[in-house]
Design a protein. Structure first.
Length: 108
């Protein structure tokens, strides 16, 4: 479908309003409206949107924690529950052995 300049601007404005209210993203708005994503993003560039409001809405829940330090990583055992039994696992080798045992027990 061929869109006029006014129609393109209206779509861009509607999408911006929905993204700012965090009701939608630009990509999902375009899909719902039957507009190809590449064409819609071209309209956004052409009519002055910078996509920042979409990035803010999608990345709002993410926090950069940085790189872990070697001292911050400790091996701690964890407990696996299987049919009411609690089994403490402290290494990946123990976990592999446990899973193999469970598979063997469940196949017989």
């Amino acid at each position: 479908m061929k869109y006029s300049r006014v129609e393109k601007q209206e779509h861009v404005e509607r999408a911006k309003a929905r993204v700012e209210k965090k009701e939608d993203s630009f990509a999902s708005y375009a899909k719902r409206s039957g507009i190809s994503r590449s064409a819609f993003y071209k309209w956004l560039r052409e009519y002055g949107s910078t996509h920042t409001s979409e990035r803010q809405a999608s990345d709002g829940g993410m926090v950069n924690l940085g790189k872990p330090r070697a001292s911050a990583v400790e091996k701690q055992p964890f407990i696996v529950e299987y049919y009411g039994s609690k089994i403490e696992v402290s290494s990946t080798n123990d976990l592999v052995a446990l899973l193999k045992g469970i598979r063997k027990a469940s196949s017989t």
